[in-house]
Design a binder for this molecule. Structure first.
Ligand SMILES: O=C1O[C@H](COP(=O)(O)O)[C@@H](O)[C@H](O)[C@H]1O
Length: 248
């Protein structure tokens, strides 16, 4: 696959530094090309070190945060001050420390009782910001991957894997907290750049299947992320990459 790039690093710190350089490069190119940087964040533990770096020098001043629009690829259905909230994690590690305008931080209102309405509201928000009624083309979507190859909140054998109409939908997943909102495959596939950060020995088998195995996204949802026009970059730590036959 020509538009797939893979690297592995000896530590989370080295991986996160490479990720920060990549985010800055994509941001600068996007701003030079079309005047802003649309960036979708992920939750989980792995991106915390990246967010901390992006909020500190020498990284933070290399991005014009006034021209950044932040979104999320998935969110847990919890209040925004919950320890499980993807928004809170990014707020604590990044957003509270950078000069991004508040009206350019677009969180999923996943705590609302009506999750279909919250999903539609997020779709409407993307359409408004991207000035399109079509699928938005993010400059960069940051993703993680779980040990069962889920990404965003697209889990194995769930109907969300086949969703082609909705851009955001409610799901119930086998990892706590179960109720989530997630981007669907069309949004992930339309991105200009996708950056996966994957660490840990518990993910090594899934990494091997996703990268070197047969195409089987029902079993390995991260395989769905094959941007039609854009490029996908995988950054692994040594443990996550340990079962790959080819060494990167
Ligand atoms: O549940 C989730 O997990 C994935 C992976 O998280 P990590 O802690 O293993 O890095 C994450 O990308 C996703 O946003 C989150 O909701």
């Amino acid at each position: 696959m020509q538009n797939r790039h893979i690297s592995s690093y000896s530590s989370l710190e080295n991986l996160s530094q490479a990720a920060a350089r990549y985010v800055i490069q994509v941001a600068q190119e996007a701003i030079a090309d079309h005047g802003r940087f649309t960036f979708s964040l992920s939750g989980g533990n792995t991106p915390k070190a990246l967010y901390n770096l992006l909020a500190s020098e020498p990284y933070t001043s290399q991005i014009d945060w006034n021209l950044v629009e932040l979104f999320w690829s998935d969110e847990r259905c919890v209040p925004p001050d919950s320890a499980d909230s993807c928004y809170k994690m990014a707020l604590d590690t990044l957003i509270s420390k950078i000069p991004v305008p508040a009206n350019q931080v677009h969180r999923m209102l996943a705590e609302q009782d009506n999750r279909d309405a919250a999903s539609q509201a997020y779709t409407d928000e993307m359409h408004r910001v991207f000035k399109t009624s079509d699928v938005p083309e993010f400059d960069l979507i940051l993703l993680g991957m779980g040990p069962e190859a889920h990404t965003a909140s697209l889990f194995p054998h769930q109907p969300s894997l086949k969703e082609n109409e909705r851009l955001v939908m409610p799901v119930s997943v086998p990892k706590p907290p179960p109720a989530r909102l997630t981007f669907t495959p069309p949004v992930l596939t339309a991105a200009r750049h996708v950056l996966f950060l994957v660490t840990g020995q518990d993910k090594a088998e899934a990494v091997k299947e996703v990268i070197e195995g047969q195409h089987n996204p029902e079993e390995y949802p991260a395989q769905l992320v094959r941007p039609t026009q854009g490029e996908v970059t995988w950054l692994f730590d040594t443990a996550a990459a340990s079962k790959l036959t080819h060494k990167f």
